[in-house]
Design a protein around this ligand. Structure first.
Ligand code: MRU
Length: 368
């Protein structure tokens, strides 16, 4: 998607010869105030980028892990390093299942090869994973566009379609297009007027810092709201639909996403607002049926007790917002039971949030 007038993906390999090839990412901890590109040269760089959230969002975490494996092979292509790099990357963040998917995929391809062939194969497969993710997100956009168009028509084409989203499930969370934002970008490109309510998404403010920024860069009308405003807007009829992303969706359609998603789904249900979840197949955990079995990441207290922003003098500054001595907890995700999800928007089409609904679209996976 666009940054200024230039097209960017969120991750790419450099043009260097294979043995010196590096991987570049946008440092999302600096957005929206600084656009900085960071070079990763080792698997530890990739572990740091994922764990400290220079990159974040389920599909991009997976893509970064894939390139992390390629960087590991640059240093040492032995079986031992393959396994220890897999383990280190897998431990970087626990909830987004795309991480495990990408690592398993890379390991299955690299393990049978002689060490001398692994570096080239790893960079090639990581690049393919990125291309596949961009194509899947684009297809999610095409399928979701129909849902937005339906609402626009139902409203007599009289006003923009108001869409509420939570966290950043935009192109910054994927390789390109985004999941929740892909239908929005496609609708915007198709000339359907849209307006996005952007939840700020405490504590890390991915909505305020990332979603608002990327929508702005791409010209999409939007308004940032505090996390608690969504229910009120729904009661006033100012939300036509919700579209969110997910870090892990069970085979029965329970959806794990950024903390606060569940409350939006409850409010949507109470107000008969359709609640859609957009995801590529790589975000489905076929081994789990019940969302309560999904590991929920606990992040540091400081993300709750402190906030970072731009000071009046133009510096990035962190301030404390909680009384000294008051403890805080920071569960990063919650689970929305499938019964509150209207439908899942996937790259293969729209699925009912049920085991049968997903099995119909992914018959090759429904072996459980
Ligand atoms: O903690 P984050 O910023 O990695 O959480 C991201 C989300 O919760 C997204 O909604 C999710 O990964 C879907 S991304 C397309």
């Amino acid at each position: 998607m666009k940054v200024g007038s230039e097209h960017f993906r969120t991750i790419w390999a450099t043009d260097d010869a294979l043995e010196n090839r590096a991987v570049e990412i946008i440092d999302q901890t600096k957005l929206p105030f600084r656009f900085e590109i960071v070079k990763m040269e080792t698997v530890s760089d990739a572990v740091h980028a994922i764990g400290d959230m220079l990159v974040r969002g389920a599909p991009l975490i997976g893509a970064t892990a894939a390139y992390g494996m390629a960087l590991a092979m640059r240093n040492d292509a032995s079986d031992e390093n393959l396994q220890s790099s897999y383990d280190d990357l897998l431990a970087a963040r626990p909830t987004a299942v795309n991480l495990r998917w990408a690592l398993d995929n890379m390991k299955n391809i690299l393990s049978p090869l002689e060490p001398s062939g692994r570096l080239q194969a790893a960079f090639a497969r990581a690049a393919e994973i990125c291309n596949e993710d961009a194509a899947q997100c684009s297809a999610i956009g095409d399928h979701g566009l129909g849902l937005i168009r339906e609402i626009y028509e139902k409203n007599g084409r009289s006003r923009p379609v108001n869409i509420l989203t939570h966290c950043n499930a935009g192109w910054l969370a994927t390789v390109d297009w985004g999941t929740a934002t892909a239908p929005i970008y496609k609708a915007f490109e198709a000339g359907i007027p849209v307006h996005v309510w952007v939840d700020e998404t405490r504590p890390r403010n991915q909505g305020a810092s990332l979603t608002a920024w990327e929508l702005g860069q791409n010209g999409v009308p939007h308004t940032v709201i505090v996390d608690n405003a969504g229910g009120h807007l729904m009661q006033k009829g100012e939300v036509d639909m919700c579209i969110v992303g997910t870090d892990r969706t069970t085979r029965a359609g329970d959806v794990c996403n950024k903390i606060g998603t569940y409350l939006k789904a409850l409010a949507a249900s109470d107000n008969s607002v359709p609640f859609y979840v957009a995801l590529p197949g790589t975000t489905i955990d076929w081994s789990i049926s019940d969302g309560r079995d999904i590991p929920i990441e606990e992040r540091s207290e400081a993300e709750v007790t402190e906030m970072t922003g731009l000071s009046k003098s133009g510096e990035l500054e962190t301030v404390r917002i909680v009384a000294n001595g008051s403890p805080a907890i920071n569960p990063a995700f919650d689970v929305t039971p499938a019964k509150f999800v209207t439908a899942l928007i996937t790259e293969r089409g729209i699925a009912a949030p049920t085991e049968g609904g997903l099995a119909k679209l992914y018959p090759e996976e429904s072996k459980y």
